[in-house]
Design a protein around this ligand. Structure first.
Ligand code: GLU
Length: 435
């Protein structure tokens, strides 16, 4: 890893020295992207400097009793980046590689994601450094309840609202909401989003990030004057984001030719039947069990000659080592942070547009906002209303970003950052410094 403790190493240009062994952290990428966008705007440099740092990072230890009676202690974090536009908002991740810096970087992205969608939220991210596959359901429940207790004083429906992310889901949010509510002495559905609908979750929340990726991919396909009916698409990851995006694009007539999960991918130049391939939620890691003419590795999938590539699994998969090999005409980021800064520069030089995560997968947090509104009002929306309002919000955000893209000589990522950063910076300037 590149050192994460020295900010000067994170500045623009340093990434050019990246080698195969040096993958930048989410925080380094996020800081570099922020500076890149700020260079295009007339923003008080004090505000930009402030935004390179989180407001607070909470680190907690989470001891749990394993099923065999032993006790194991895990480390958890909640990084709160910025709340100038509203309560902190962002997911909780259970993954062995969760670190403080990763949470800070991902929390920064949440600030921009909420701002680009014009949601009244700031940005946060958290998680526990644990391999959830190695925990039983009971152990996961105990971990979640104890983690919830450890961060209870810093979350709340008007303070910081967690949601699902990698390794967590609706059940995790249900346990967290229950743990919080039991201590508060009242049911507080608005403390988390992404809950099951029966306890105040929103219909359509699970599918929302994938749905927004599909909508934004469709807009990008149209922008670049391709016909969706003849467009070929490769998608890395068949979890909630990848499978929902794949199925919608398939329904709209696109040819989804390759999909993958952690074990590898399947490839059919005539297009796959995306509805017949089980998503991770329906049957974990089942992609390779589906019949297809060819199989590909995850690395090969990224280099397929397709119109649209959607990395929808892990961060940092498009990097200096493979960016020259990518054959797609358009990249739409389904995962958070799938492209390193060095790869981003290579794609810019090669004229390959990269539609950024903070716009493409923002459907998740947008429906989280709808869920939060439903919780406050104690009134559930129909799935049709969720879909209609999400579609409307995504198209509105696409239009604003497209206008910046068209008016300035910048990348799609810079255009989205310019929209987000202008809103956040203006809010900081109007509110001023206290005291
Ligand atoms: N974890 C999701 C994301 O990265 C959703 C966050 C939320 O709904 O608060 O956008």
């Amino acid at each position: 890893m590149v050192s994460q403790s020295n900010y000067s190493q994170s500045e623009e240009g340093a990434v050019a020295k990246s080698t195969e062994t040096e993958i930048e952290s989410a925080l380094e990428t996020a800081r570099r992207q922020l500076q890149h966008a700020a260079d295009h705007l007339d923003i008080d440099s004090n505000v930009v400097d402030r935004l390179k740092h989180p407001k607070k990072v909470h680190e907690v230890t989470v001891p749990i009793e394993r099923d065999d009676g032993t006790v194991e202690v895990f480390t958890g974090y909640r990084a709160q980046h910025d709340s100038v536009r509203g309560p902190y908002k962002g997911g909780l991740r259970y993954h062995p590689e969760v670190t403080r810096d990763e949470c800070v970087g991902l929390g920064m992205w949440m600030t921009w994601k909420c701002a680009v969608m014009d949601l009244p939220f700031g940005g946060a991210k958290g998680g526990v450094a644990v391999n959830p596959k190695k925990l039983s359901d009971d152990e996961t429940e105990r971990l979640t309840r104890r983690f919830g207790e450890e961060i209870r004083s810093v979350i709340g429906p008007t303070v910081d609202i967690p949601a699902p992310d990698m390794g967590t889901g609706p059940q995790t949010m249900a346990w967290l909401m229950d743990a919080y509510s039991m201590q508060e002495g009242e049911t507080v559905p608005g403390v988390v989003t992404g809950k099951p609908p029966v306890i105040g979750g929103s219909k359509g929340r699970n599918e929302a990030p994938g749905r927004s990726v599909a909508i934004i991919a469709r807009e990008a396909i149209e922008y670049y004057e391709k016909d969706i009916k003849t467009t070929t698409i490769a998608i890395q990851g068949y979890g909630s984001v990848g499978s929902n995006a794949a199925r919608l694009l398939d329904d709209w007539g696109a040819n989804v030719v390759a999909v993958s999960d952690v074990n590898g991918g399947i490839y059919d130049t005539n297009g796959l039947d995306t509805h017949a391939i089980p998503s991770h939620h329906e049957e974990p890691e089942a992609v390779m069990r589906h019949d297809a003419p060819e199989t590909v590795t995850n690395a090969e999938l990224l280099e397929l000659d397709v119109d649209v590539l959607i990395p929808a699994a892990l961060g940092n998969v498009l990097k200096v080592e493979n960016a020259e090999e990518v054959m797609a005409d358009i990249i739409v980021e389904g995962a958070n942070g799938p492209t390193t800064s060095a790869a981003d520069q290579i794609f810019t030089d090669r004229g390959i547009p990269v539609i950024p995560d903070i716009l493409a997968n923002a459907g998740g947090v947008t429906v989280s906002y709808f869920e939060w509104l439903q919780d406050i009002n104690r009134r559930a929306w129909s799935l049709e209303r969720v879909h209609n309002e999400l579609d409307e919000e995504m198209l509105k955000a696409w239009d604003v970003v497209e206008t910046e893209f068209a008016n300035r000589d910048v990348t799609w990522r810079d255009a989205a950052y310019i929209v987000a950063l202008s809103r956040v910076a203006e809010a900081h300037e109007v509110r001023g410094l206290w005291p």
